[in-house]
Design a protein around this ligand. Structure first.
Ligand code: GLY
Length: 372
């Protein structure tokens, strides 16, 4: 992979340090609280959250800082202690069958915790959560049903299905692997279009499992491409390929990455929706950009074509550079988040042009990858 120039390396290093300061400030000011998005730059601790799908990202950030610190340092002890403290309350959700978001919760936390500690009880939590998620598989339709409805398949479940692949690999359970494979193939077939763009959600006929139509609650329209959904797909199909080595999945991840690259301007920052109407055309979603950058860094190492690998790696670096130069909250001492310009839900006016916790997480994950 290409080397960073010393200026770019320093920019990324400074951003990583700034991220640690912001997370420390939040954890010490509001211990035990898992905010989702900011309002005028201040983390909201109460008020509207649509579900608790993103609670793993704050402890996930802490695990990344713990991994990056010198193992004998006080920083390492501090971040490991904080990360464990914020991860433990999530454990009970390993048996929660009500949502499709267990991968978001556990891959950012217990997966990192197990990798660091090698404590088998953490692996057990991951396996149980993976098995729980697999119970949401519908034979009629061949997908893991979303939290929206039994007949709904959403793109973000591609970010969660990695947990089922993980549980399958760790236990050797072929049925779990089959579920993860079939869900990924169904998502590929119905939610990824021929040009690599994506639809947020597919609805199926309940009795027969036949596909009916696309819908989008967070994107502009059912036939548009909501940028965070595209980034979830890019990243999620890369994960599916890592576990399965099925070439369909790397083709799909590349199609999504290529769509992202060709539909963003030279700075690589996605609009909130690639077909946004004129009144919101200038609104970006930096969380979509951060997820895409992190996904492309992983994809770059997996693609057989080294030129494509170089393209994904250098695009990710370009995205991160734009995020650091234009959206880092560092020059604004009152802003409590790390990255400005994220979007949660445009139609509900939640977290629009604000910091969002998944944006912070994938931005820092991507910085960790390029700095390693
Ligand atoms: N529900 C996942 C997202 O907002 O992207």
């Amino acid at each position: 992979m290409i080397h960073l120039s010393s200026d770019t390396g320093e920019t990324f290093h400074q951003a990583f340090q700034f991220a640690q300061r912001q997370v420390k400030r939040l954890a010490e000011k509001h211990p035990g609280v898992y905010p989702v998005y900011t309002s005028d730059g201040k983390w909201i601790h109460e008020g509207v959250v649509l579900s608790r799908w993103s609670d793993g990202f704050l402890p996930g950030l802490m695990w990344i800082f713990a991994e990056s610190a010198d193992p004998d340092s006080s920083d390492s002890r501090y971040w490991t202690e904080q990360a464990a403290k914020f991860s433990l309350p999530l454990e009970e959700r390993k048996s929660d069958r009500n949502g499709h978001d267990l991968g978001f919760l556990f891959l950012s936390t217990y997966y990192r915790w197990y990798r660091k500690s090698k404590d088998a009880s953490k692996r057990d939590v991951l396996i149980e959560a993976g098995k729980t998620l697999a119970t949401r598989f519908r034979e009629r339709g061949q997908y893991i049903r979303s939290s929206v409805a039994d007949n709904s398949l959403t793109l973000d479940t591609m970010m969660n299905v990695g947990l089922v692949f993980y549980a399958a690999r760790e236990t050797g359970d072929r049925r779990l692997r089959e579920i993860a494979m079939r869900h990924s193939l169904t998502t590929r077939r119905f939610l990824v279009r021929g040009d690599g763009s994506t639809a947020q959600e597919g609805m199926f006929e309940s009795d027969t499992g036949e596909f009916l139509r696309h819908v989008s609650s967070q994107g502009y329209r059912s036939d548009s491409c909501w940028s965070r959904g595209l980034s979830w797909a890019l990243y999620g199909f890369t994960t599916a390929y890592e576990y399965s080595r099925d070439p369909h999945f790397i083709e799909t991840a590349q199609a999504c990455a290529d769509y992202y690259i060709t539909h963003c301007g030279p700075e690589g920052i996605a609009p909130w929706d690639f077909a946004a109407p004129p009144e919101t055309r200038t609104l970006v979603d930096t969380s979509a950009a951060a997820i895409a950058a992190s996904g492309m860094l992983r994809l770059a190492r997996l693609v057989p074509d080294s030129l494509k690998g170089h393209l994904y790696w250098s695009t990710a670096v370009r995205i991160l550079k734009s995020l650091c130069d234009q959206y880092l909250a560092k020059p604004d001492p009152k802003w409590e988040g790390i990255l400005k310009g994220g979007v949660y839900h445009v139609h509900k006016s939640l977290g629009v042009d604000e910091s969002v916790m998944w944006g912070e997480y994938f931005f820092v994950e991507a910085l960790q990858r390029v700095l390693r």
